[in-house]
Design a protein around this ligand. Structure first.
Ligand code: GLC
Length: 724
């Protein structure tokens, strides 16, 4: 039935209606999201509705609201010639009305199941607010922290990135795409956007086919395997061919090798940008190149509606190719039940009932506190006491409400945001125990700010510095030359540290930072990312010990910005720096190339001890399974959670292999004194890589294996993978 209905529709559609269906435009009919995109081809509400009435729009994006969405759909279904429903999409990246931690922060939890739950909650709120489709998750692998969009990613590691990509797709889409709270997911940005040169936004991407496949394409495969039905193409080129017109990527690989039959949508005006790239001569050329490469939908440029009919009439674009794209889009609308129920997800009553669910606040608080990484805690300064300890909360983020949601938060209910001060106050036994002093602005000194902060620190038993990046420092088009704190904040930290008050630093950040001076030397440092609606309560839960921090770094914190791009799983050098051997070794003149805090690092209030991993066999048969058992004990005085991480290193291979690669992880909770065997199963699939010849397979030989609390700790055991 569904297929027949679609074929019958296609048979009735004019060339203009087919081209129109492939257009994605900003939804100017509903309250539009703030300035998240550059102005291009801007239309007003009346023009958009006129296009819908003329059957020239397949999808609108970044508007919100069930009632107004219902009116758009009514025009599409009742006033257009064929009554094809419109898809309503938006950038709902890490929360809708309830805002969850930025994806990088949530990845620090090392709990994909948590990300699945927050994506599900987001889907419930988004579909209630008149949306069918989100342009998320971003699954880019970010190895250069100067790039601003690592904030939307799951960090530098492929295994972690794949796990979170799949979890978020499952969470957004749920079990039944036709359910009214199923939100179509879109893994983006296809592909290798995170590999822009020097972390410079929109710069070139030049990388080996092996790195492209093993690092940057892997999370897309994981997301498609989890059920994603759409992909969004990237702005960047890949080795000189723009991703949005890259036939090898969009057709040979995606349709051919991966057999993907879903819809490929461009990023915002990415087809128009083929001209600026110098890859297309003009609009018509850009349209032909993008469409014939395999780009189904064009976002915002208007090129497909303007030029596809002429390209088909001239024979440059075969009608069958046009029909194939239209068919994929109509099947997508069919798959979410739009033809049977065009007003699905457009119920104002449900929107009102869903706008603020206490369960989502509780989940947001739990997700936030599980995302906080405790880097350092000298002298067990943390947790602080709720009573009997005077606290000076100092810094521009102490009372800030405008920088706690993080980038790409378009629809957050700001009235519900819990500031750091509010969370700390709520946790303290008496108001008099807390003094709050901004000390400086986000990026500039305040008159008398440092003096007031120093005085407060002197009056306090402990100074808590709330420092970090303004949230506009991360996200799209926010590449930074140096990944450091603003100078005014560094000056504030130096002055407060000089008082000698015990110092806790709370960082708010959308990327790894290079920490210097008094910030780096503080007794305790916690990475709090942008935690969303429940920021204050989540930080207070960790600060006062209601929750023992359990997150681990999804990105390495370097010693210095100059080390970027920095990632832990880099290929081995022929001259690695060795203890006591620095001459003519792979290091900087000024420092070694070690991180300040490595990928996978994080502390809690418990203490954990690892026994040596035990292997079921020292030799893994080609088709066998290595069973790795490691006893982990909580040797501390409080309960806590540990992220047990399994790394391997291939000692000799046809290509130089990374010094370590995360292959599995498990987060376990242990009571004081409790111990547990953590068991991992490894087979040759975990050891596969793209060899010098490009073939993806494991190679027999000896491997080192660690089961450890981070990418820089633990003692290896070894095993041999036997040949077939
Ligand atoms: C932006 C982003 C993309 C987003 C799209 C629509 O430029 O690159 O992630 O989904 O445009 O807003």
């Amino acid at each position: 039935m569904a297929a027949d209905r679609i074929e019958a529709l296609i048979a009735r559609m004019t060339l203009e209606e087919k081209a129109g269906q492939l257009g994605v435009f900003a939804d100017m009919v509903r309250p539009f999201a703030p300035d998240v995109n550059p102005d291009a081809n801007v239309r007003n509400a009346g023009q958009v509705l006129e296009q819908v009435r003329a059957g020239r729009v397949g999808t609108l994006f970044n508007g919100v609201g069930a009632a107004a969405g219902r009116e758009i759909q009514r025009v599409a279904v009742e006033e257009s010639r064929l009554g094809i429903p419109v898809l309503l999409a938006a950038d709902v990246i890490h929360g809708m009305r309830t805002v969850f931690p930025i994806p990088l922060g949530e990845a620090a939890s090392f709990e994909p199941a948590l990300a699945e739950r927050s994506a599900r909650a987001t889907a419930i709120e988004a579909t209630a607010a008149g949306l069918h489709w989100t342009f998320a998750p971003a699954v880019d692998i970010a190895r250069d922290q100067r790039w601003g969009r690592g904030a939307e990613s799951s960090g530098e590691d492929v295994t972690l990135g794949c796990a979170f990509a799949a979890a978020r797709v499952r969470g957004f889409q749920g079990d039944d795409l036709r359910a009214h709270d199923a939100l179509l997911a879109t893994p983006k940005h296809f592909a290798a956007y995170g590999a822009v040169a020097a972390g410079l936004e929109y710069a070139q991407v030049d990388l080996s086919p092996q790195t492209l496949h093993d690092v940057h394409l892997a999370p897309f495969r994981a997301a498609l395997a989890a059920g994603a039905r759409t992909l969004m193409t990237a702005f960047n080129d890949i080795n000189g061919v723009p991703a949005s017109a890259n036939r090898w990527l969009l057709t040979d690989l995606l349709r051919g090798q991966w057999a993907f039959d879903g819809v490929v949508v461009s990023d915002y005006t990415a087809d128009m940008e083929l001209i600026a790239h110098g890859y297309a001569a003009d609009e018509r050329d850009a349209t032909a190149k993008a469409f014939l490469a395999g780009l189904d939908l064009s976002m915002q440029s208007g090129f497909y509606g303007a030029h596809l009919p002429g390209l088909v009439e001239s024979g440059q674009v075969p009608m069958a190719v046009l029909d194939a794209s239209v068919r994929r889009l109509l099947r997508l609308k069919e798959a979410i039940g739009l033809f049977d129920d065009p007003y699905r997800s457009l119920d104002p009553a449900r929107e009102a009932d869903t706008a603020h669910l206490p369960a989502h606040d509780a989940l947001a608080r739990d997700a936030a506190r599980r995302s906080i990484v405790l880097l350092k805690n000298e002298g067990a300064l943390l947790p602080l006491r709720r009573g009997g300890q005077k606290i000076a909360l100092i810094g521009p983020f102490a009372q800030d409400r405008d920088n706690l949601e993080g980038c790409w938060t378009l629809f957050g209910d700001k009235t519900r945001y819990v500031t750091l001060e509010a969370g700390v106050r709520a946790a303290l036994e008496a108001a008099a125990l807390l003094e709050v002093v901004p000390g400086c602005a986000l990026e500039a000194p305040l008159d008398g700010g440092i003096e007031a902060a120093v005085a407060a620190a002197r009056r306090a038993d402990v100074a808590v510095l709330a420092l970090g990046e303004p949230q506009r420092y991360s996200g799209e088009a926010q590449s930074r030359l140096e990944i450091v704190l603003p100078a005014a904040q560094q000056a504030l930290a130096e002055a407060v540290a000089a008082t000698g008050a015990p110092l806790v630093v709370l960082l708010r950040n959308g990327r790894a930072l290079a920490l210097h001076g008094a910030v780096r030397d503080a007794a305790a440092i916690a990475v709090t990312w942008y935690l969303g609606t429940q920021t204050g309560h989540a930080v207070a839960d960790v600060l006062f010990g209601a929750y023992s921090p359990s997150a681990r770094l999804p990105v390495s914190f370097p010693q210095h910005s100059g080390q970027q791009p920095f990632f832990y799983n880099r290929p081995r050098s022929g001259r690695p720096e060795l203890p006591g051997m620095a001459e003519f070794k792979s290091r900087w003149r000024e420092i070694s190339d070690a991180p300040l805090y490595p990928f996978g690092h994080g502390l809690g209030y418990a203490r954990f001890a690892y026994a040596a991993p035990r292997l079921n066999t020292p030799q893994l048969a080609w088709d066998g399974t290595l069973v790795v058992t490691t006893r982990v004990a909580n040797t501390g005085a409080v309960a806590g959670e540990e992220v047990v991480q399994l790394y391997v290193h291939d000692r000799v291979a046809s290509r130089v292999r990374p010094v370590r690669e995360l292959k599995a992880f498990a987060k376990i909770a242990l009571a004081p004194g409790e111990a547990r065997d953590v068991v991992f199963h490894i087979d040759r699939g975990h050891l596969a890589f793209s060899g010098a010849d490009g073939a993806y397979r494991a190679e027999p030989g000896v491997f080192d294996l660690w089961v450890a609390p981070s990418s820089a700790t633990g003692e290896p055991v070894d095993f041999e993978l036997l040949p077939a």
